[in-house]
Design a protein around this ligand. Structure first.
Ligand SMILES: *Cc1c(COP(=O)(O)O)cnc(C)c1O
Length: 434
């Protein structure tokens, strides 16, 4: 299996090479050269997550140095549950469509930093840790909130790897900051006096600085890394089989969407043959994706700040992968829909989920509930991307009570924060690394 760029006919690379490189030389994103055909009947919905993931990902690593290490990588990375929870009566195989509300919720937030990014970040870390290297490698990442914590937690304690996380000072929640700055050891956090865009600019400049690259041996842990995207197919493939076994129908997934990484993974799982119906992209007020579905014209826009801040993206980078998968608007429309959900609707979904079932949902997850309701999607699986306790300042006033914090998150929040404050320039970062 080789990986090629979404843009030009680039040199095909192996999985490990694509992982180390991050972005293709022409600036495009890596995608599999061909999608393997998978014998879906040979998969069991009852398999453990590591076993299921290793079987699913095996054809994507054929011929790669990491192929023989796939089982231990999955075992180390996926050490937390990813439950598909049905609503209402215990699932029976009726072969009938569900009525109004969502049929089930896929909970992706039971990892160490309580957001779905743990899945991709932990697989990436375990993979990179097993690629032989003579020099210390430096993982560098800019974060607007959730990515930094997931990457820090995934790489902490790994020998031969140093991690630099850049976050915009004062622009993320207190709990998000704690998850980035609590790790110590080989994880270094930098509070940049600027915006997320400044952080991203410094990372890009660092990756392009040949002198710095010679001493640092950089690897990007950005969300466009193929090593973060591939493993996300696992929970869609597995839960689609669980849903099919319970209801006799293929589920439609409603996915809170920002950079489109999570949704592209679902569509890749569909492409290789798993029983997945439609995929609905639920966005916040950043409308570039829903506008594209309405008009057929792709026009990235400026980023708006919303209550679902991890989805505040005006120019989703994985659009290139989506458009490669569906080259024309009519084939895209057969499988995929998109809908923007406003901050007011996010708030009312949080309130109504709590009132109707006692469920406490995060602002990102609320966009999926909103899209399900507005489009009246049947056999809907809403995807829950983060634990609500990470966004307690938004959710608690709406539901009028305190949200219990999961034990893993509680442990992180009780640690000390250590970070270095820097001016928003590459030279400031270089100085503090000296
Ligand atoms: C990152 C994130 C998203 C958006 O995922 P994409 O893959 O960028 O579309 C949604 N919800 C939460 C909680 C996130 O952290």
């Amino acid at each position: 299996m080789k990986y090629v760029s979404t843009r030009t006919q680039s040199q095909p690379l192996s999985f490990s090479q694509a992982l180390a490189k991050g972005l293709a030389s022409d600036g495009g994103l890596f995608v599999p050269e061909i999608f393997p055909s998978v014998d879906v009947a040979s998969f069991s919905a009852e398999a453990t997550i590591p076993d299921f993931a290793a079987q699913l990902l095996a054809p994507f690593l054929v011929g790669d140095d990491l192929q023989s290490r796939l089982a231990p990588i999955c075992k180390a990375a996926f050490n937390f549950p990813i439950p598909l929870r049905f609503f209402g009566e215990t699932p029976v195989n009726t072969g009938k469509s569900s009525s109004s509300g969502p049929a089930a919720v896929l909970e992706l937030f039971h990892g160490p930093t309580a957001a779905f990014k743990d899945v991709g970040a932990r697989f990436l870390a375990e993979s990179i840790g097993r690629i032989p290297s003579e020099t210390v490698r430096t993982v560098i990442v800019a974060t607007s909130g959730d990515t930094g914590g997931a990457v820090g937690g995934a790489f902490v304690g790994q020998r031969g790897i140093e991690v630099l996380i850049l976050f915009p000072k004062g622009k993320i929640s207190a709990r998000q900051e704690k998850q980035i700055a609590c790790w110590g050891q080989n994880i270094k956090a930098f509070a940049v006096q600027g915006t997320f865009d400044d952080c991203q600019k410094i990372v890009k400049e660092a990756l392009a600085d040949s002198q710095l690259c010679r001493t640092k041996n950089f690897i990007s842990a950005n969300s466009i890394s193929i090593g973060r995207l591939l493993p996300q197919m696992m929970y869609y493939a597995k839960s689609s089989l669980e849903f099919f076994a319970a209801r006799g129908l293929a589920p439609n997934f409603i996915i809170p969407t920002g950079n489109l990484g999570n949704a592209v993974a679902a569509l890749w799982a569909k492409r290789i043959g798993f029983p997945i119906g439609r995929v609905v992209l639920a966005t916040n007020a950043n409308r570039s994706i829903s506008d594209f579905f309405e008009s057929g014209v792709w026009k990235p826009s400026k980023t708006l700040a919303t209550l679902a801040n991890a989805m505040d993206v005006g120019n989703p980078s994985n659009m290139e992968r989506l458009r490669m998968l569906y080259p024309t608007p009519d084939v895209l429309a057969r499988d995929v829909q998109a809908l923007a959900v406003s901050d007011d609707e996010i708030k009312s979904e949080i309130v109504s989920a709590f009132k109707s079932s006692g469920d406490i949902i995060c602002p990102h997850t609320a966009t999926a509930y909103g899209a399900q309701r507005k489009l009246a999607v049947t056999n809907a699986v809403v995807v829950a991307t983060a634990h609500p306790s990470k966004f307690e300042t938004i959710v608690e006033p709406l539901i009028g009570r305190t949200i219990p914090i999961p034990p893993a998150l509680e442990r992180l929040l009780s640690r000390n924060s250590v970070f270095t404050e820097i001016a928003p320039t590459l030279s400031a970062l270089k100085n503090s690394l000296r």
